[in-house]
Design a protein around this ligand. Structure first.
Ligand code: CP
Ligand code: NVA
Length: 309
């Protein structure tokens, strides 16, 4: 039975721990220059309806590191762009490749693709979820903290795809997630309810100061996600006061870490001094996209890494 990764909670706590442990091993192997071709001869198809820097390059380099190959597929260059149906494209590509990664506007597009694909499908970001990002972020925090269940993460800003994924993550890691958003841009109740039903600890507030109190991690993302461009002016207005700056950071725990999935808009959701400052771990997050996704690919395609001798 093939396994998809459309949402972070498509994997359980045990799988999450195993993928993070494998990601750390893969990071060490790469840094030591040791060959680790666990997906030799395997191919990954990648469809991007939206722009990408990190996701595209990390998946492509990741497959090369693992001895496999990745194909970048622009929907406009596929027959998909001329009306071929998703269900037909999904079935045909599954006859060629060993896994698919899709970045799409609608989450339903990725679900439909996965339904018809006989190989694993990975969500490379949809309008509602971004599980690969939070997987890498959990690895990044695991490099610094032995037990994540004691941590409190404050999400400041838009209740968007990355925020929804953090909310779901609480059910797996035990971390408390406190979201501060303007009322109109709160995360969807469906994800909050789903996470709480699975044991997640979530609080939704309006005041960023309240959210960061005793927080160990501050996280933000752009105020205008891909696909929301027509709301640019009203969003700029609504998110005033939701910038992570040195004043807000000073109200968190003294050693609080600052995270951002990138791309960042300095001066909007985060100030230059904070993203460049000593508490920022954004470059580790970006790097770990590579290692975490390699571990995910090995998990989905080959059932995980062989155990260490
Ligand atoms: N964080 C992230 O997914 O970046 P890209 O949009 O560049 O892939
Ligand atoms: N929320 C952002 C994340 C980009 C990686 C977006 O969807 O555009």
């Amino acid at each position: 039975m093939k396994k998809d990764f459309l949402s972070l909670i498509d994997i359980d706590k045990h799988e999450l721990e195993s993928i993070v442990a494998d990601a750390m091993r893969l990071k060490q192997l790469k840094s030591a220059g040791t060959t680790h071709e666990y997906l030799k001869g395997k191919s990954l198809g990648m469809i991007f309806e939206k722009a990408s820097t990190r996701t595209r390059v990390s998946f492509e380099v990741g497959m090369t590191d693992l001895g496999g190959h990745a194909l970048f597929l622009n929907p406009q260059d596929l027959q998909l762009g001329r009306g071929e149906e998703i269900r037909d494209t999904a079935r045909v590509l599954a006859r060629y490749v060993d896994a698919m990664m899709i970045r799409a506007y609608k989450h339903a597009t990725i679900e439909e693709f996965a339904h018809y694909s006989s190989v694993p499908v990975i969500n490379g970001l949809s309008n509602t979820l971004h599980p690969c990002q939070v997987l890498a972020d959990i690895m990044t925090l695991s490099e610094r903290f032995h037990d994540l269940s004691d941590l409190r993460l404050a999400w400041i800003g838009d209740g968007n795809n990355v925020c929804n994924t953090w909310i779901l993550s609480s059910a797996l890691t035990g971390m408390e997630v406190v979201v501060a958003s303007p009322p109109r841009y709160r995360p969807k109740d469906t994800f909050v309810n789903q996470a709480q039903a699975a044991g997640g600890r979530i609080r939704i507030v309006t005041d960023p100061g309240e959210a960061v109190r005793d927080a160990d991690v501050l996280y933000t993302d752009i105020w205008v996600s891909m696909g929301d461009e027509q709301e640019h002016a009203e969003r700029m207005q609504a998110f005033k006061g939701y910038t992570i700056d040195s004043h807000l950071l000073a109200r968190a725990s003294p050693d609080a870490l600052v995270m951002h999935c990138l791309p960042a808009h300095r001066g909007e959701e985060i100030t230059d001094d904070v993203i460049e400052g000593p508490q920022s771990i954004v470059w580790d997050q970006a790097e770990n996209r590579l290692h975490a996704q390699k571990a995910l690919l090995v998990h989905l395609i080959a059932g995980g890494m062989p155990s260490e001798e």
